[in-house]
Write a protein that binds this ligand. Structure first.
Ligand code: GDP
Ligand code: MN
Ligand code: MN
Length: 249
């Protein structure tokens, strides 16, 4: 059957304490095997992973970096607080988060939240995806796969796409190694980052501004086998090594 893509509309503005899985289940009649993509921004809002800029006191590093990036030092402090390793300080901060995700400004968002408040990424996005999946199973009895997404820039190309920062009920990678192509050649390298492909299309359905579509359901997607090792080990990550080698003030 062809894949069906369903944007989840008419959800309210999400606030701290809201039961996001329950709100989504009111709008969607889930079926076993569905993939639900949820924007990290709404998951974070429901869980209270937001910060008031007025409550943040920037330290010396934040003040120093903010002078270069021309951002609010309190915003920069929030980015530093979310980061475990800084790969680049300017023209934008590129950093690693505890989850292993590397992103611009640590994924800290100004948009789709009240003035003076920022949204930070869920500190444990894998646990977030598992929690949403378990909640949907509890509410509906359905076995659903879940991806937590964020909009993220890419190396080498302009423009952002959705990527998966957490997932549950599937592996991140569809491992084609050992499979044969149309001509019988054995594939030696191909590992397809399936969660990112689904996240990118979900992001397309969500939009980035006032659309109000923070969740997308994919029906009739195949299952796949693979693994979850999406993040390179530091020693095999040549771009990261090059960036750190070139780090300058
Ligand atoms: P991110 O990519 O996870 O940072 O999330 P975005 O801020 O880009 O928002 C993705 C989608 O969710 C867009 O369609 C937003 O309009 C929508 N969205 C964001 N916050 C809310 C909310 O509180 N309620 C609703 N209904 N939609 C929201
Ligand atoms: Mn975001
Ligand atoms: Mn977005």
């Amino acid at each position: 059957m062809d894949i069906q893509v369903i944007g989840v509309r008419d959800l309210p503005l999400i606030r701290k304490g809201d039961d996001l899985p329950a709100l989504i289940c009111e709008k969607v009649a889930f079926e076993d095997g569905d993939i639900l993509a949820v924007a990290s921004s709404v998951y974070s809002k429901a869980k209270g992973f937001t910060r008031d800029l007025s409550a943040i006191t920037p330290g010396a590093d934040a003040v120093r970096i903010a002078a270069k990036t021309k951002e609010d030092p309190r915003f920069v402090q929030a980015v530093l607080d979310s980061s475990t390793d800084i790969l680049l300080e300017h023209p934008f901060i590129l950093s690693e988060l505890p989850s292993g995700h590397i992103g611009v400004r640590a994924g800290v968002d100004h948009s789709n939240v009240e003035d003076g408040r920022i949204i930070i990424l869920p500190p444990d996005p894998m646990a977030a995806a598992a929690e949403v999946r378990d909640a949907i199973r509890r509410i509906t009895g359905k076995n659903v796969r879940v991806i937590v997404t964020d909009t993220c820039g890419r190396a080498f190309r302009r423009g952002q796409t959705g990527i998966a920062i957490g997932w549950a009920g599937m592996t991140a990678i569809d491992d084609y190694r050992g499979d044969t192509d149309l001509f019988g050649h054995v594939l030696e390298i191909t590992e397809e980052a399936v969660v990112d492909e689904v996240a990118a299309f979900a992001n397309f359905v969500m939009g980035e501004s006032h659309q109000g579509v923070p969740a997308v359901v994919f029906r009739n997607c195949r299952a796949w086998n693979g693994h979850d090792n999406v993040y390179f080990m530091p020693e095999e990550d040549i771009i990261r090594t090059a960036l750190k080698g070139n780090k300058k003030d």
